[in-house]
Design a protein around this ligand. Structure first.
Ligand SMILES: [Zn+2]
Length: 454
């Protein structure tokens, strides 16, 4: 049984809220636990898929929630059909095991499995299917009400409503998992709770005394403890019917940290002359690609948890100007300038710049030319333009005070698995060989990572 807590941070689970989580603590005390290094980038899409396929984001061709397609500069939202490799439940199913992947990112639309599948968030809504087999949809709705794959508008101001939705959704998801476990008796079941991520994005600055904009008297200051306590209640309830042969894993796809603000990457490219516009917006506005003066533009970027910088390459981009022979030199120069970026007061910013081939075994699909992490992820990448500053304290896609961090959590307990206590060095790529190892299966070719059951 694998319980995925999207965005669960080691600092909260292992430290600040540990005593509010007796069930998880008991798993740790009887098992092996530590930090789990995420994928590059440490983002939900691709991280869960990296974890469950043993492939890196380059091999998957997934560099974030949205990805480029050939012939366009705009990005397109990923879905389950973009996953072209097997995931752990496919191999287990092939060996005759009954599987139940539930609510896992990039499982919408659902696909046939040897068991049951419930799609994760990013479900398009309406009549789109969300279960395999489809009859399971009626069964779930009859028992637990309308399917709720995500919290609506979690980057908004109405925090009390957001918390009610988070708590209700968490309950529904764990009840679905409990129901599947008891009635379908899968050999392998995994669920992911996306609400933890939503909670962090909505409430981080209110629960984290270290956040620069934390107000100690705010009404939500104890809500972190309350929510992690609730998670622990559900973890305990889900694990209650398991026997001593059941190995339990509790994992997260990445961690979380305080977000201090954002680095306006396109504003920076404008000031440096890499990006040229035909007209400037009066105030902050998304970068409209129709506004870009493409024949005079060398590079532009996509914002988000990190920045993806694309060069305007002749023959690749519709109005590309950088000739393929010059790509490497232009990229190296841009990289050097980015590494020496300064804030509005002239202070150096910690900027980590990498080319995809430095991270990946292979870079499929449409990788960015440069991947940029800002101030160790204390700053988000702001893609919009029209700011009069390079570093801003707000986020351009709604209130948010949390960014992702590289280290998530790994807890393995029960089922005769080795109890090593606290360990270092676990990586997201270890999870697939560990799950397969728990079933006594050899790893498929091309899958690296450590099998922690040995
Ligand atoms: Zn995530």
């Amino acid at each position: 049984m694998v319980i995925g807590l999207d965005c669960a941070a080691p600092s909260l689970v292992f430290d600040r809220y540990r005593e509010a989580m007796p069930n998880l603590s008991a798993l740790m005390e009887r098992g092996t636990w530590g930090e789990l290094r995420s994928s590059e980038p440490p983002i939900t899409v691709p991280a869960w898929t990296c974890m469950l396929s043993g492939r890196d984001a380059g091999e998957l061709g997934l560099y974030g929630f949205r990805n480029r397609v050939t012939g366009e500069t705009r990005l397109r939202l990923a879905n389950g059909s973009d996953v072209c490799v097997k995931r752990v439940w496919d191999w287990l199913g092939e060996h005759g095991y009954r599987v139940a992947p539930l609510l896992i990112p990039l499982t919408s639309p659902p696909t046939p499995v040897n068991g049951q599948m419930v799609s994760g968030f990013m479900w398009p809504g309406g009549d789109a299917p969300w279960c395999f087999p489809r009859e399971l949809e009626t069964e779930i709705v009859d028992l637990f009400g309308p399917y709720c794959p995500d919290v609506e508008s979690f980057r908004a101001g109405d925090l009390d409503r957001i918390y009610r939705d988070i708590a209700a959704m968490t309950g529904q998801h764990f009840e679905i998992a409990e129901h599947i476990w008891k009635t379908k008796q899968p050999d392998f079941m995994m669920m992911v709770e996306i609400a933890v991520d939503r909670f962090h994005h909505a409430f981080w600055r209110h629960i984290d005394p270290e956040h620069p904009r934390h107000e100690p008297e705010n009404p939500w200051v104890n809500l972190g403890r309350e929510y992690y306590q609730l998670l622990d209640y559900w973890i305990g309830r889900l694990c209650a019917p398991t026997d001593e042969d059941t190995a339990v894993l509790v994992v997260s796809d990445h961690g979380a940290r305080a977000m201090h603000g954002g680095f306006c990457i396109n504003e920076w490219l404008l000031r440096k002359g890499y990006l040229v516009l035909r007209d400037s917006p009066a105030g902050p506005a998304p970068l409209e690609h129709a506004l870009i003066d493409w024949p005079r533009t060398t590079a532009w970027a996509e914002g988000g948890y990190y920045a993806r910088v694309f060069l305007n390459v002749a023959g690749r981009e519709p109005n590309g100007v950088v000739t393929p022979e010059r790509v490497r030199a232009v990229r190296d120069e841009l990289r050097r300038e980015l590494e020496y970026a300064r804030d509005d007061e002239g202070r150096r910013i910690d900027v980590l710049v990498h080319a995809p081939e430095e991270y990946y075994r292979q870079a499929r699909g449409f990788p960015p030319d440069l991947m940029v992490y800002l101030d160790q992820l204390r700053l988000r990448a702001i893609g919009s333009i029209g700011w009069d500053r390079i570093v801003v304290t707000e986020n351009d896609t709604g209130p948010d005070s949390c960014n992702h961090d590289w280290n998530g959590i790994f807890v393995m307990s029960g089922g005769g698995m080795p109890a090593r206590g606290y360990v270092e060095g676990a990586e997201i790529y270890d999870v697939t060989p560990t799950i397969l190892g728990a079933f006594g299966l050899a790893r498929p070719p091309g899958i690296s990572g450590r099998d922690w059951t040995r």
